[in-house]
Design a protein around this ligand. Structure first.
Ligand SMILES: C=Cc1c2[nH]c(c1C)Cc1[nH]c(c(CCC(=O)O)c1C)Cc1[nH]c(c(C)c1CCC(=O)O)Cc1[nH]c(c(C)c1C=C)C2
Length: 568
């Protein structure tokens, strides 16, 4: 195996405005960047719309592959950053929206909404703020439904363990009661002694989440708690997922400060780019952030698809983007002489573009490229999840009030024979979304448990399995009034150990073989959440609008600069 390629030192350790500016805007200056952050943020702020970059060469034509949330956001942002560019979005399915789908089920007592993909968003992260900025631009503020931080749905999350639901602590005082729960056995000692554990060897760049957390916190907390949390985000197995990719700050803290606890007690730091984007988009989005100041999570009155539908309307009617659905792309070829990418297979034998932005999963993008362009693209694969929505006429059927519960990998097979990952209590999490009152839940099955499955359940099987899960865990035997099962094939990319190194390798390969004209965005690279996809779309659009050769994986290719979070 080839040794992982190191990050390039583009910016010096002691970052100056000169090194920073060279990497972003080509500015000159020698003051420490720390004193310039408000000015640089302001420059970015203006740059988001006006691109003061003197070297900007706006691309004449750009093709975007995929019309899911990443593809639509990329098209929307690019048409604003570079109005002169002709943008074509190519989508293989007949509909846009990708994994986001909110189905409105009409019934005699009013409609209900079944989400077959992501259903809520979290506002309080850098990427969350960027999504809110997009929502403001799309004028969707009045469509938002928010769940306050104080509501049970925001506070109560459960873990199924020892044949019962264990409520996780949501406050400091709650921690002391929770420590008595079987699922948190030994947790107090593990956490208090973490600071004394030896830090990892210098040459260890990455390891599995399981190996890292077991070293730091012991096997009980790792298998009974952490494995459940990672089921609830990645539907993945912590034995395979990368600590560096998924627990980036915490993993860095161990390297820099010697322990997770020391990192938490010290000065909180974040990556410089994130800090700048937080400043820029935070001030731009202030009214909506204020509207959501008490919110823990939010969605839309018509479900999550409100966002992608509105975006499709905006790009086609207000931004003059062409969306072609139901088209197949057979391949991508770089024409070095013309410095263009040819898209093979649709309309005519070849269509050339200044840039192609692929928002497809990494392995699908790899299949479009000439053999051996970048084999690392194949190494991120997705897991399949069956999403089963059930609606019952009776209220409060679950007997609990909260967001839902997750099932750790340590639960024996006989207590979870259908390999459920978790259950969302939708009617608690988003009570105002449905006209008809009752209990709505979603059971998620499979994920990594189905990695080597020779067959997958049918929709009828999925509904039967979900009902058995609810009976076994919550004693629900009633007949649901409405049901729906969706088998979401390869829907969540798994960031395996060595993920960051592979992204660096992909960056090098694509710069070399595709001339920096094939740009990547979407859930295969920097986060699987909806907010992460919006962020990757923004970054892709922002760079391409300036006409710079890029891959959108620069974040992994170049050295990171960390600065204190509370720097003004
Ligand atoms: C049981 C399976 C799953 C549940 N949700 C997902 C799966 C696979 C998918 C998912 N959940 C989250 C993300 C990432 C970010 C996003 O788009 O919002 C994804 C892809 C968010 C999330 N869900 C839970 C946690 C701890 C997080 C991370 C941050 C946060 O929002 O707090 C917990 C959780 N997920 C599910 C349940 C039942 C549950 C907790 C009780 C369902």
């Amino acid at each position: 195996m080839k040794p992982p390629i190191p990050r390039q030192t583009l910016r010096s350790h002691h970052l100056t405005s000169k090194t920073f500016a060279r990497s972003f805007w080509g500015r000159k200056g020698d003051e420490p960047v720390e004193s310039l952050i408000p000015q640089i943020a302001e420059e970015w702020h203006r740059g988001v719309e006006q691109h003061p970059d003197l070297h900007r060469i706006p691309p004449k034509s750009v093709a975007i592959l995929g019309a899911g949330v990443t593809g639509l956001t990329t098209a929307y942002q690019l048409s604003h950053f570079s109005p002169e560019t002709s943008i074509t979005v190519l989508e293989s399915s007949p509909r846009t929206g990708g994994w986001i789908q909110s189905l409105k089920i009409p019934t005699s007592k009013g409609s209900i909404i079944f989400e077959t993909g992501p259903r809520t968003l979290r506002p309080w992260t850098v990427n969350g703020i960027i999504t809110l900025n997009l929502i403001s631009h799309l004028n969707l503020q009045s469509q938002i439904l928010q769940i306050p931080k104080t509501s049970p749905a925001a506070k109560n999350r459960y873990i199924y363990f020892n044949k019962q639901l264990n409520e996780l602590p949501s406050s400091l005082s709650g921690i002391f009661n929770a420590l008595r729960l079987p699922v948190l056995k030994g947790a107090a000692t593990s956490v208090l002694t973490e600071i004394f554990r030896r830090k990892r060897a210098k040459d260890v760049e990455d390891e599995s989440v399981e190996s890292f957390l077991t070293r730091r916190l012991g096997a009980n907390l790792t298998n009974n708690l952490a494995s459940a949390v990672f089921h609830g985000i990645y539907a993945g197995d912590i034995a395979n997922l990368s600590a560096d990719a998924l627990l980036h700050t915490v993993y860095r803290n161990e390297r820099v400060y010697g322990s997770i606890t020391r990192g938490m007690l010290g000065v909180q730091e974040m990556v410089l780019e994130d800090k700048l984007l937080e400043g820029v988009y935070g001030s731009r989005t202030a009214p909506l952030l204020n509207q959501l100041r008490k919110a823990s999570i939010y969605s839309f009155k018509g479900g999550m698809e409100t966002l992608t539908r509105r975006m499709e309307e905006a790009v086609t009617e207000e931004c003059d983007v062409t969306i072609k659905t139901g088209v197949t792309v057979d391949g991508l070829r770089y024409n070095k002489e013309k410095n263009e990418v040819e898209v093979l297979g649709y309309d005519s034998p070849a269509n050339s573009f200044d840039f192609v932005i692929s928002t497809l999963p990494a392995w699908k993008t790899a299949n479009l490229l000439p053999p051996n362009t970048s084999n690392s693209l194949y190494e991120t694969q997705g897991v399949t999840v069956m999403v089963v929505n059930l609606f019952y006429d009776q209220p409060n059927m679950t007997g609990y009030s909260g967001f839902g519960y997750l099932i750790p990998k340590s639960v024996p097979l006989e207590q979870n024979p259908h390999r459920a990952l978790g259950v969302i209590f939708d009617s608690d999490a988003m009570p105002e979304q449905d006209e008809r009152k009752g209990t709505k839940v979603t059971v998620m099955l499979g994920g990594h448990w189905w990695d080597n499955a020779t067959s997958l359940p049918s929709q009828e099987d999925g509904i039967r399995m979900a009902r058995e899960v609810l009976n076994q865990h919550l004693g629900i035997t009633a007949e649901p009034t409405e049901t729906m099962a969706s088998l979401q094939m390869d829907c969540i990319p798994q960031y395996g150990v060595g993920h960051a190194g592979r992204l660096r390798q992909i960056h090098e390969d694509l710069m070399d073989k595709m001339g920096g004209r094939l740009v990547l965005a979407g859930s295969s690279y920097g986060g699987v959440g909806l907010n992460d996809c919006v962020r990757s779309a923004r970054d892709a659009a922002f760079g391409v609008a300036a006409g710079r050769p890029m891959t959108n994986l620069e974040r992994w290719a170049f050295e990171e600069v960390w600065i204190p979070k509370d720097m003004p």
